[in-house]
Design a protein around this ligand. Structure first.
Ligand code: MN
Length: 410
C-alpha cells in the first residue's frame, strides 16, 4: 500500500472515502454496469456497504440514459454510487440530481470532472492514469475499500482480479499497475495463483477452482445475455458463494440461447431480411434478442460483418428494440430503438484511407436528423438511440451523407 501513499491519486481515493464515511443516511443505492467488471464492482461495493453498516440497493443498467437517471433520482435519495459507468455523465447526473442526493461516481472510463457540491467523480483518467490499461472499475473499488477498511478488505482482492480480466486488462500478457496491486494482494492471501502459459499469465482462483478468464466469461453471460432475467444478481452472489449448479445451468442455457438466436437471425437475413440500399445493408431484430440486452445487436453485427451473405462494400446497420421495462427500475416512458453499425473489412480499408466516411461521422449526423443521440462512436463501430418508427428516415439520412461525402471527393 505504501507505494500509493504519496500519489495524487491516493488523495483522491481518500476524498471519496471521506464522502461515504461522513454520509449520515442509512441506505446506499449502487448503480452498476452489466458486464463482468460491473458485476465485480457491485460485489465489492456490497461489502463496503456491509462494512459500514448501510442498507444497500443494487440497480444494474447497460448505459446511463437520461430517462433512467431521472427515474433513479426521482424515486431515491440519500447516497447513490455509480460504478463502471457514468464517468462522462457527471454533468448530466448533477443537473438531474439538482442537489438532492450525495452522488459518487467510481469509474475507470474517460471522465469529465465537474464543480459540484453533491456529485463527485473518482476516476484514474482524471489523474492521468489510463483506466483502460492500469485499473479496472473492480480494482478501483477494491482500492477504495482497502483505503476505507484496511487489511479487512484483502479478503476480497480476488474479485478485483476477476473484474480486471473481465475487461481484458491482461491482454498484454498480464494485468498491470493498480490491477496488479490487487493481484499481488490476492496472491498474498492465497486466493490466486499465477500460471504462466507461454508468454501469457493466467490467474487461477482457488475459490472457484477455475481460471479468472473462464469465470469472467460466466459473469458476462449472466449480465449481458441474461440481462432481462437479472442474471447479474446471480453473478454478484457467485462472487462470494461460488457457482452452484443452478447458476452454472443458467450460464449454459444462456449461452445456448444466444447461439440459437444468432443462428436463427442469420438464416432470416439470408432469406431476405437484410435490406439493400445503395451504400447500406440493414436489418431489424425487433425484440427477437430478448432477454439479451441491447448491446447484443452490436455483437451480432460484429459476428456477421464478414460472412459471405453480407455485401463487403456496404455499411452494415442493425436495429434492436429497447424494452420498455428495465429490470430493477420498471417501466420507462420511452419508445426507442438501439442502432448499431459495423463495416465489413474491405470497406473498412477504404474508410481508414479516408476514401469513404467513417461511422464516427455518419452515425451522429444521421441520428441528429431524426432527433436521436449517438452514444458511442468510433470510425468502424458505432451505436445510437433513435425513436421507434424513425429507422427508415435514419437510413435515408445515412445514405445521403455517404453520397454527399463521395460527391465532395470527386
Ligand atoms: Mn469496466
Amino acid at each position: 500500500m505504501e507505494e500509493f501513499l504519496h500519489s495524487e491519486f491516493f488523495e483522491w481515493v481518500e476524498k471519496a472515502v471521506a464522502l461515504i464515511r461522513t454520509y449520515e443516511g442509512d441506505k446506499i443505492t449502487v448503480v452498476h454496469h452489466n458486464d463482468a467488471d460491473g458485476i465485480c464492482s457491485a460485489a465489492l461495493l456490497s461489502k463496503v456497504c456491509e462494512y459500514l453498516g448501510f442498507k444497500s440497493e443494487f440497480i444494474c443498467i447497460e448505459k446511463v440514459y437520461p430517462a433512467l437517471i431521472e427515474r433513479i433520482h426521482r424515486d431515491r435519495d440519500g447516497m447513490i454510487i455509480y460504478t463502471d459507468l457514468a464517468g462522462l455523465a457527471a454533468e448530466m447526473i448533477d443537473r438531474i440530481n439538482a442537489g438532492k442526493s450525495r452522488v459518487l461516481i467510481i469509474d475507470h472510463h474517460p471522465a469529465k470532472d465537474i464543480e459540484s457540491d453533491t456529485v463527485h467523480v473518482l476516476d484514474p483518467e482524471l489523474a492521468g492514469i489510463s483506466g483502460d490499461i492500469f485499473v479496472s472499475a473492480s480494482s478501483l473499488n477494491y482500492i477504495f475499500f482497502r483505503v476505507l477498511a484496511g487489511k479487512d478488505a484483502m479478503d476480497y482482492a480476488y474479485i478485483a482480479v476477476l473484474g480486471s480480466v473481465g475487461d481484458y486488462h491482461d491482454r498484454s500478457g498480464g494485468v498491470l499497475g493498480f490491477d496488479r496491486f490487487a493481484l499481488s494482494e490476492a496472491i498474498e492471501k492465497d486466493q490466486v495463483k499465477v500460471k504462466l502459459e507461454g508468454v501469457r499469465e493466467r490467474y487461477y482462483i482457488e475459490k472457484f477452482g477455475e481460471y479468472a478468464d473462464v469465470i469472467a466469461q460466466y459473469l458476462t453471460t449472466l449480465g449481458a445475455v441474461g440481462y432481462e432475467r437479472r442474471g447479474y444478481r446471480l453473478g454478484i452472489k457467485a462472487c462470494f458463494d461460488g457457482f452452484d449448479e443452478r447458476t452454472l445451468k443458467m450460464v449454459s442455457e444462456l449461452e445456448e440461447l444466444k447461439e440459437r438466436k444468432f443462428e436463427e437471425m442469420i438464416e432470416r437475413l439470408k432469406k431476405g431480411e437484410l435490406k439493400q440500399e445503395k451504400y447500406t445493408q440493414w436489418f431489424h431484430v425487433r425484440d427477437f434478442f430478448s432477454p439479451m440486452g441491447v448491446k447484443t445487436v452490436g455483437e451480432f453485427c460484429q459476428l456477421i460483418k464478414d460472412m459471405s451473405f453480407v455485401n463487403d462494400s456496404k455499411y452494415l446497420v442493425g436495429f434492436q428494440d429497447k424494452p420498455k421495462s428495465i429490470p430493477d427500475i420498471g417501466e420507462i416512458e420511452w419508445n426507442c430503438v438501439k442502432m448499431s453499425g459495423r463495416i465489413p473489412t474491405s470497406l473498412e480499408r477504404r474508410v481508414l484511407r479516408g476514401e469513404m466516411p467513417g461511422l464516427d461521422y455518419l452515425v451522429p449526423k444521421a441520428s441528429e436528423t431524426v432527433g436521436g443521440f449517438a452514444d458511442a462512436t468510433h470510425k468502424i463501430a458505432a451505436a445510437t438511440i433513435i425513436d421507434k418508427g424513425k429507422e427508415e428516415d435514419f437510413i435515408k439520412a445515412f445514405e445521403r451523407l455517404v453520397e454527399d461525402y463521395e460527391a465532395t471527393r470527386s
